[in-house]
Design a protein around this ligand. Structure first.
Ligand SMILES: *Cc1c(COP(=O)(O)O)cnc(C)c1O
Length: 410
């Protein structure tokens, strides 16, 4: 199973969330008057998330606001759309361009295609961090926004958000910070004493943030939060139709009807873990990450990419084909992501790894030796594929199938 949840509390946490989801499975925040409870859950999830990311600090301006969405991608799509329309209203930009580091998530490509924005992808510096000098060269009168990640998905490295903030402020353009991975880890890692550079609304120039509750927030899949510095920016996210024969229609996000059950599930996850739960989880995750990083650095023929800031460790090799190492690791049950430029693989350390960090390092060492001694592509079969029969199964089979699926993935 790959998921962010692990350890002894696993089952209790799962069942609490499942209960919350099922209790509210038939609710929909689109109908605010009918389901005031889910509207409140959403407001509280947004407020709690914002408080983690600087909304309570004076320097944030005290107006941080936002919404829940279906995931990091939707949060990013909305932030880009709102930034585009905000810049149109403020600066009259009608041929929008956005500049992002090559390490930024593919969701920005999606946003650029959907919303007709010219996208510049700029190389990162030698440490694999966004290069603000390089980004500056691409800024022109059509630039609506720049982007930083804390950390970026590929290598788990935090971009220099303060430098990007200065750039955004001086050109009066938007700066989105992608905290999809970091939002529920970095504030706690800092509390634990790990060096964490500024990354949230306390940095001047940051106009929006995306943060996934369904990753390290340990909420059910399909939950994320998009936040804005103030209402002036967020109002461009909304669509309000006043002349429709169906009546007044006001929708804040991409979906119209939205799953109230997931909102309740996210609320339950946050309330039950609390600050203490996230702090304890982060402690375990960071300790396991450092052990894994150290273990990999001790294998001379492997290199770790940059200096990982959090719990994603990317590594490659000049001696063997790292993707062959990945194949061997897969056969041992480890699921790492394959990366390119340079070829490498990364592990995203979660609670599940806390007790098996040493085992992982040993398996990496063994896998490396196996490939070094037997270079060449590995052969192996495909995992069995369920549900490919092309028909709706009998009712009685469904429970068995669900259990089979759960065994393979979560
Ligand atoms: C996961 C992730 C996203 C996209 O989120 P989805 O929930 O997969 O849509 C964006 N940015 C970063 C840094 C991520 O880790």
């Amino acid at each position: 199973m790959f998921c962010y949840i692990g350890g002894n509390e696993n089952e209790g946490h799962f069942s609490l969330i499942n209960q919350a989801c099922s209790m509210f499975a038939h609710t929909n925040p689109l109908h605010m008057d009918v389901f005031p409870s889910v509207v409140r859950f959403e407001a509280e999830v947004v407020a709690m998330t914002a408080a983690l990311l600087g909304s309570k600090e004076k320097s944030s301006g005290g107006q941080i606001c936002g919404n829940m969405t279906s995931g990091g991608t939707e949060s990013i799509l909305l932030a880009v759309k709102s930034s585009r329309d905000y810049m149109k209203a403020k600066k009259g930009i009608t041929k929008p361009e956005m500049i992002i580091p090559v390490s930024a998530h593919s969701a920005y490509d999606k946003a650029a295609e959907y919303f007709k924005i010219k996208l510049w992808r700029v190389p990162v510096d030698k440490e694999f961090r966004a290069d603000s000098k390089a980004i500056k060269k691409y800024i022109n009168k059509n630039t609506i926004m720049i982007v930083g990640s804390a950390p970026g998905f590929p290598h788990g490295i935090i971009d220099p958000i303060e430098e990007l903030g200065e750039l955004a402020s001086s050109y009066k353009i938007c700066l989105h910070v992608d905290l999809c991975l970091g939002g529920f880890v970095l504030p706690f890692a800092r509390k634990l004493g790990y060096p964490v550079p500024p990354f949230d609304f306390t940095v001047q120039g940051v106009t929006s943030i995306s943060v996934d509750v369904h990753k390290y927030g340990l909420a059910p899949k399909g939950t994320s939060v998009v936040l804005y510095r103030n209402h002036d920016i967020r109002k461009h996210q909304f669509v309000a139709v006043t002349e429709w024969t169906g009546g007044l229609y006001i929708s804040p996000t991409i979906a119209g009807s939205r799953p109230g059950g997931l909102i309740a599930g996210a609320w339950a996850a946050m309330m039950s873990l609390g600050l203490e739960g996230y702090l304890e989880n982060t402690k375990q995750i960071m300790e396991a990450s450092k052990r894994i990083q150290k273990g990999i650095q001790e294998i001379p023929e492997l290199f770790v990419i940059g200096r990982p800031d959090m719990s994603i460790i990317a590594f490659g090799s000049d001696v063997v084909d790292i993707f062959e190492v990945n194949d061997v690791l897969s056969s041992k049950g480890w699921h790492l992501n394959a990366l390119q430029r340079p070829n490498s693989i990364h592990i995203c350390v979660t609670l599940q790894h806390a007790s098996v960090a040493q085992e992982f390092v040993k398996d990496v060492k063994d896998a490396f030796q196996t490939v070094k001694q037997n270079p060449g592509p590995m052969s192996g079969g495909l995992a069995p594929i369920y549900g490919a029969a092309g028909r709706i199964p009998d009712r009685v089979m469904v429970k068995d199938l669900l259990i089979d699926y759960m065994d393979g993935t979560c």
